[in-house]
Design a binder for this molecule. Structure first.
Ligand code: FAD
Ligand code: UDP
Length: 385
């Protein structure tokens, strides 16, 4: 197939673009990905020994308040009514997250009402500036210093290995703080997990495109000179890999955090009683443990049964990224933002290349924001195709 458009990367950004280009603009599209599967970091697979669905690149929970995105994703998969819950262990005691009245009263050993707790936290937050410029200031202004020190300071230090004073306040702005006992981790209008798994969702997106979409896996865009030729001849390229890699790191590397995900099959029915347990202190060194069977309580096959005798957990360690590691979280210091501006200036001069997604935009996008960004960019280029 001679493609009208080449898409580099079969993650959510690439697949959304591909689906729209084929089904809405009637284009022929070639998607290449260097991995052996589609779905990018949202990919999951069913563990061979237990049959439990495990998210290969870290746990992925779908949640959105964007009506357009919810309508779009429901074309390709049904969602369960899963609502995400997270707990955290600090100083040998388990607390509910996100910070809510339960966490506050348990931590201060009080029985404050919502108004009393809000007044106390706001008193504790008086040290923070009115317009927080970094994660530490943002955290203290949200929850006061004692709670910040207990639940965020060390977790953030383990997660980012960058002083909280150098990190963007945006990293924690997304976490709700509640003065009631609601401990739903997210505050979005819609939430759930793909009923038949992430891989089935992405397969449905691909199969909706029929013969006008070719997906070539195990293919690095930069390894095949034919792609360079097509790009130079003016074929449209949608690039969702790292933007600094595209320009051969000429202004230096943008910094990322990577993860070490250590999977273990444990011979117990239930390891921790909840989907995710965070560890707020410097020890243990992992930031959290995911136990995947809790993501699908509705599944009733042997692996998910209460007395199956087996469960799959993943211990998540944050690690410094070096070239060749998986880039997971953009560190996004002032120095990174300066470099990014230079790469973006080059990208703006391109006439037939669109940069998109988490890696292409060096952005900490959730799945819904990735899809929204792809739909917006598609709408913007449609007239020029
Ligand atoms: P990716 O999924 O990274 O896909 C990019 C693809 O491009 C990859 O498959 C890669 O192999 C390919 N590629 C790169 N370079 C090349 C090349 N040179 N040649 C060929 N292929 C190439 N979002 C949520 O909404 N909820 C969550 O709970 C959640 N949890 C997360 C947990 C972790 C640990 C991380 C890191 C992210 C999480 N996210 C979550 C965010 C979510 O993963 C992203 O929004 C989404 O994956 C972005 O899709 P993408 O297509 O931009 O990038
Ligand atoms: N965070 C924290 N303690 C926690 C959970 C989160 O300090 O127990 C901070 C930390 O800086 C983290 C950010 O909040 O990077 C965002 O947390 P979230 O759980 O949304 O991160 P993700 O699931 O994307 O890793």
């Amino acid at each position: 197939m001679q493609p009208d458009v080449i898409i580099v990367g079969a993650g959510l950004f690439g697949l959304t673009m591909a689906e729209r280009l084929v089904n809405d603009a009637n284009k022929k599209v070639l998607v290449v990905d260097k991995r052996h599967h589609i779905g990018g970091n949202c990919y999951s697979e069913f563990d061979a020994t237990t049959g439990i669905e495990c998210h290969k690149y870290g746990a992925h929970l779908f949640h959105t308040s964007l009506d357009q995105v919810w309508e779009y994703v429901n074309r390709f998969t049904e969602f369960t009514n899963y609502v995400h819950k997270v707990y955290t262990t600090h100083d040998g005691v388990v607390y509910p997250l996100p910070i809510n009245l339960g966490t506050i009263n348990q931590f201060f050993n009080q029985a404050w009402t919502p108004a009393e707790a809000a007044a106390e936290i706001s008193r504790q937050a008086t040290d923070a500036p009115a317009n927080p410029q970094n994660l530490a200031e943002q955290g203290i202004s949200l929850i006061g210093k004692p709670l910040f020190d207990a639940f965020m300071k060390n977790y953030t230090a383990k997660q980012w290995q960058t002083p909280a004073e150098e990190l963007s306040p945006d990293i924690i702005k997304r976490l709700p703080v509640r003065y009631n006992y609601n401990n739903n981790y997210f505050k979005d209008k819609y939430e759930g997990l793909p009923k038949d798994g992430y891989a089935a969702w992405f397969d449905n997106m691909v199969s909706s495109c029929g013969d006008n979409l070719e997906v070539r896996l195990n293919t690095d865009y930069f390894d095949d000179p034919d792609f360079q030729q097509l790009q130079n001849s003016g074929v449209y390229v949608i690039y969702t890999g790292p933007i600094d890699r595209f320009y051969n790191y000429r202004f230096g590397e943008l910094k990322w955090r990577s993860l070490d995900l250590q999977k273990e099959v444990v011979e117990v029915d239930d390891f921790q009683g909840c989907p995710v347990m965070n560890y707020a202190d410097l020890e243990p060194q992992y930031t959290r443990i995911h136990e995947f069977k809790h993501f699908h309580p509705e599944r009733s096959n042997d692996a998910y049964a209460a007395n199956s005798g087996k469960t799959v957990i993943v211990r998540e360690y944050s690690k410094t990224w070096h070239l060749g590691d998986e880039p997971y979280y953009p560190v996004n210091t002032a120095e990174d933002r300066e470099k990014l501006a230079k790469y973006q200036a080059l990208a703006e001069q391109e006439t037939n290349i669109i940069f998109g997604g988490r890696l292409g935009e060096y952005a900490y996008y959730d799945m819904d924001k990735t899809i929204a960004s792809a739909l917006d960019k598609y709408a913007a280029i449609k007239a020029n195709l």
